[in-house]
Design a protein around this ligand. Structure first.
Ligand code: HEC
Ligand code: HEC
Length: 354
C-alpha cells in the first residue's frame, strides 16, 4: 500500500545509521533521549539502575481461597533455573475458561512464551504488559498480526519485554492466534485499578517495568509532579506470588481526571476527536474497536504515544493518528487518568485487599 512506503523506507536505513554512527563519534549512550520519552518516563518505566533482587526460595507458597501451592520456579514457569520453560502457576483455575495450551504453556522450541506469564491466566495483565481481557477477538487477532508483521512496536527501544511479545507473535500459527484471541476476548473486563488523585506519592523504584513502593530504609513520599505512578496494591503478591487477583493503584495529579474528561468528551476545541465516536458511549468499545475505559493508565499512555510516534502503525491505528497528533504528553496523562477512573464491574474477589 502506498501509505506504507515511508516507514519501510526509513526502516531499511536504520542499520546504516547504526553502522556509521561511530564515524560521527555518536554512540547510542550519547544520543539524547527524546522529550516525549522523558515526559512519559513514568509510563515506560525503564530502570537505569539494577533493582535489589527478589528474595528467592524453594518453599511451596499459598494464597487465600485456593488449595493450590507453588514454588517460585512453578510460579514463574522456570525449569532448573531457566526462564520460559513451563506453564506458570494458575492459582485460580475457576476464574477463567480452560486456557488454550499455547496460552498456558507457550512453546520454547518456537520462542513462544506462555501468555499467562505476562497477561495472567485471566487476561488482566500487569502495567508493564497489556490488559487483553474483554477486547473483541477480531481486534486482538489484528494486534497479534501487527506484532508479527512489524506494524506494532514500542516508541521506547529500551523496553525489553516488547521484543518478547513480538518474538512470541512471530512464532505463532494463525490457528493459534485465533484460539488465544477468542479466549482473551471471552473473559469480561472487571475492576482492576484504583485511581487516587493526590499531590504526593510513595517513593518507588523500578523493577521489570513496574513501579514498586520502597519499604523500610528509603521509604517515604515525594511530590507526584507530572506523572502517574501505577503500582501494585501489594508488591509481594504481585511480584513474588504473581497473584492474578491482586490489582493496582494509580496515583494521578490533582485536576488531571477533570481535564482528561474534557478532552475525551469535547475533543478540546479541535485538538483531538471525541473518543466516544469510535470507542462507544461507555468507552468499552464497539465492534472491533477496543475498550479503553478502566484499564492500565501506563499501558494506555504508551499506546497513545506509540501511535503518535508511529511505531504502532497497523492499518487500524491510522484512525487514531488524527486523535493523537496534537496531544502533548500532559494531555496524554490527563486523558488516561480520566479513562482509568471510569469504574468497571466488580469481580467476585476484592482486587484491592492488602
Ligand atoms: C514477556 C511478556 C509477554 C508475553 C509472554 C506475552 N505478551 Fe502479549 N504483550 C506484552 C507486551 C509488553 C505488550 C505490549 C505492551 C505495550 O504496548 O506497551 C503486549 C501486548 C499484547 C496484546 C495487545 C493488547 C491490546 O489491547 O492491544 C495482545 C493481544 C497480546 N499481547 C497477546 C499475547 C498472547 C496471545 C501471548 C501468548 C501467545 C502473549 N501476549 C505473550 C508482553 C507479553
Ligand atoms: C476515528 C475513530 C477513533 C477515535 C475518534 C478514537 N479512537 Fe482510539 N482507537 C481507534 C481504533 C480503530 C483503535 C485500534 C487501533 C489499532 O488497531 O492499532 C484505537 C485504539 C485506541 C487505543 C489503544 C487500545 C489498546 O488496547 O491498545 C487507545 C488507548 C485509544 N484508542 C484511545 C483513544 C482516545 C483517548 C480517544 C479520544 C481522545 C480515541 N481513542 C478516539 C479508533 C478511534
Amino acid at each position: 500500500m502506498f501509505s506504507n512506503t515511508p516507514p519501510h523506507f526509513i526502516r531499511r536505513f536504520i542499520p546504516f545509521i547504526f553502522t556509521f554512527a561511530p564515524l560521527f563519534n555518536v554512540s547510542a549512550a550519547d544520543e539524547p533521549i527524546p522529550d516525549h520519552l522523558v515526559e512519559l518516563a513514568w509510563a515506560y518505566a525503564i530502570s537505569t539502575e539494577k533493582p535489589p533482587p527478589l528474595p528467592e526460595d524453594t518453599l511451596k507458597h499459598s494464597l487465600p481461597d485456593t488449595p493450590l501451592t507453588f514454588t517460585r520456579e512453578e510460579i514463574t514457569g522456570k525449569r532448573n533455573g531457566v526462564a520460559f520453560q513451563d506453564a506458570p502457576a494458575d492459582w485460580y483455575p475457576g476464574d477463567h475458561p480452560e486456557m488454550p495450551e499455547i496460552y498456558a504453556k507457550g512453546d520454547p522450541s518456537r520462542n513462544i512464551i506462555a501468555c499467562a506469564l505476562c497477561h495472567y491466566p485471566n487476561g488482566k495483565g500487569k502495567a508493564e504488559n497489556a490488559p487483553p481481557a474483554g477486547q473483541d477477538k477480531r481486534y486482538l487477532l489484528q494486534q497479534l498480526l501487527d506484532f508479527k508483521n512489524d506494524n506494532r512496536n514500542g516508541a521506547e527501544p529500551r523496553k525489553s519485554n516488547y521484543q518478547l511479545m513480538v518474538d512470541t507473535a512471530k512464532g505463532m500459527t494463525l490457528e493459534e492466534m485465533e484460539a488465544v484471541s477468542a479466549y482473551m476476548g471471552s473473559m469480561p473486563w472487571t475492576q482492576w485499578i484504583q485511581v487516587i488523585e493526590t499531590d504526593t506519592v510513595p517513593k518507588t523504584y523500578l523493577r521489570g517495568g513496574l513501579h514498586i513502593a520502597i519499604e523500610g530504609e528509603g521509604a517515604g513520599t515525594e511530590p507526584i509532579g507530572k506523572r502517574i505512578i501505577e503500582t501494585p496494591v501489594d508488591s509481594y503478591r504481585t511480584e513474588f506470588l504473581r497473584d492474578p487477583r491482586s490489582g493496582f493503584i494509580a496515583y494521578v495529579p490533582p485536576g488531571s481526571i477533570q481535564q482528561g474528561a474534557e478532552l475525551v468528551y469535547t475533543g478540546g476545541n479541535g485538538k483531538t476527536l471525541q473518543c466516544i465516536i469510535c470507542h462507544g458511549a461507555d468507552l468499552n468499545g464497539i465492534g472491533n474497536i477496543p475498550g479503553i475505559a478502566s484499564r492500565s493508565p501506563s499501558y494506555m499512555a504508551r499506546q497513545l504515544n506509540d501511535m503518535k510516534q508511529r511505531t504502532r502503525n497497523g492499518e487500524m491505528a491510522a484512525l487514531m493518528h488524527p486523535v493523537v497528533q496534537n496531544l502533548s504528553s500532559e494531555d496524554i496523562l490527563n486523558i488516561v487518568a480520566y479513562l482509568t477512573s471510569i469504574p468497571a464491574p466488580a469481580p467476585n474477589y476484592d482486587p484491592f485487599k492488602h
